[in-house]
Design a protein around this ligand. Sequence first.
Ligand SMILES: NC(=O)C[C@H](N)C(=O)O
Length: 330
Amino acid sequence: QKLPRIKILATGGTIAGKGASADHSAYTSGELPVKDLIGAVPGIEKVADITGEQISNVGSQDMSVAIWIKLNKRINEIYKNNEADGIVITHGTDTQEETAYFLSLTVRYDKPVVITGSMRPATAISADGPKNLYDAVTLAASKQAAHSGVLLVFNEYIFSGREAVKTSTTHLNAFTAPNSGPVGQVYDGKIVLYETPLRKTNKATPFDITGLASLPEVAVVELYADAPATAMNAYVAAGAKGIVTGGLGNGNLNKANTDAAVAAIKKGIPVVRASRVPTGRVTLLDETDDEKLGTIVSDDLMPQKARILLMLALTKTNDRKKIQQYFFEY
Ligand SMILES: NC(=O)C[C@H](N)C(=O)O
């Protein structure tokens, strides 16, 4: 029986990280090549017929729109040319949730795309990378991974790429899905899915970025007690095409930032109200009169994910109502 063909696209991160000693936390991410990552996973050759490609080799704190566009292009090409049955992306954890959501919205095929990484570098005692990679390959090789957008596998849990958020800076269970929980588990080489994500992904979104070399600049402005409008005004002056706020509570802006937001909107720059709080929603017309101000709400996307949707939305439209609809659908 022929094994499923899995392509590993490596981008860097701690999973490819190297430290001077096994018992110390200092290391540099994005050092080892993809063949070393595959070579460190015993038994993986029994799960799938694996090939690897290096897309980038960076700590994901240096992930960029340019690398996202390259990844998106390669994934679409692999499926168009029938080069693989499933794709696994290895990635740093710092921005893994952003890449997962970006690709969920932009890949044009309903085939398996699974993303993973690690918290400990490859050289550490009990490195978690090989197990996470084994689990990711197992999931990508199973038929169950299709039609769900990008799935993020970490520490034996499976999350929707839209919902996953890094919620620990150091622990091995670094990801959770604060609003919805995991969609399944992978354990002992077996996948158990409890549910499939309902938000639209892949072909069901209008975000075909084929041919684009960049995306409209969108900035995130974080709120806090007594926050001045300096950051928002500076981003607008620097030419931002959209602003997302990491607002207070249910997406509230203080007076200074409300005034700056209204001024930005008058210049044709959409402002999306998200929240710095990790669970719950930002809904229209709660404490803020969005109709009067012209603001858009993020629904339940955290600021870093709302930024991705706004960048993609701006490739299609500048219309407030349409952009708001995107936030309710995707
Ligand atoms: N655990 C990790 O992967 C952290 C690292 N800074 C990265 O995102 O690449």
